[in-house]
Design a protein around this ligand. Structure first.
Ligand code: ZN
Length: 220
């Protein structure tokens, strides 16, 4: 298992809260692919196909997470394989500098965490991923929306009429829940390790608990 202590300066911009960045510099991160090569990775912020229309990550950026997150993703992948589906990662560790850019682009706390509030985004602590399903041939399957579709259609609870979409999103949710993740009410693709608070400095965990709504709904 290869570990990375991400050099945050590679992503640094003037607006990064520097104290925050320093606290995160020591986060142990692994490449998801090094833990489980069968998990697909398409980092949407590494290309133009994202809400900003341009790449936010340097070429060759890998999908990094804390080791515990990577092993849980592998567990979710194993579950999905029984149903002939695979797991695809759209985003993983997200440097604070990139979170700042997303916040500037969206500026809506329902969808993007303000990097200067609480613990910021749990992506920036290596504790969250954005994920979807693909079929056994790596083809996209029908899901409620595309990535970063900040509309009611992207809500955790799929309210549309399509049985196939509902079954896909439920399967993803069950796989991730069984592997030890929480979801987010406004984004079906976002998952956070269930015990995320254990990985933050106590004061950050407390602040984050006040702004994060990472919980599972009663039904899947
Ligand atoms: Zn996310």
């Amino acid at each position: 298992m290869r570990c990375f202590n991400v050099p945050l300066m590679a992503f640094a911009v003037m607006t990064v809260p520097m104290k925050f960045a320093a606290a995160q510099a020591a986060i142990p991160l692994v490449d998801i692919k090094s833990v489980d090569p069968t998990i697909l990775v398409e980092l949407r912020y590494a290309g133009r196909n994202n809400l900003t229309g341009h790449p936010l990550y340097p070429l060759g950026t890998r999908a990094l997470v804390r080791p515990e997150v990577a092993s849980r993703l592998s567990k979710a992948k194993t579950f999905l394989r029984h149903y002939q589906y695979r797991l695809k990662i759209w985003d993983a560790y997200r440097p604070v500098a990139v979170q700042v850019k997303l916040w500037q682009a969206v500026h809506n706390n329902d969808y993007v965490a303000n990097p200067e509030t609480g613990a910021g985004s749990l992506h920036s602590w290596g504790l969250a991923v954005d994920a979807t399903l693909v079929d056994a041939w790596n083809r996209p399957v029908r899901m409620p929306t595309d990535f970063d579709d900040f509309t009611p259609a992207a809500m955790w609870h799929y309210a549309g009429p399509d049985f196939e979409i509902r079954s896909h999103v439920h399967l993803l949710q069950i796989a991730m829940r069984n592997a030890g993740f929480y979801g987010l009410p406004t984004e079906w693709w976002h998952f956070t390790i269930a015990n995320w608070q254990e990985y933050l400095p106590p004061e950050k965990a407390k602040q984050a608990a006040q702004v994060c709504e990472t919980h599972w709904q009663d039904k899947l």
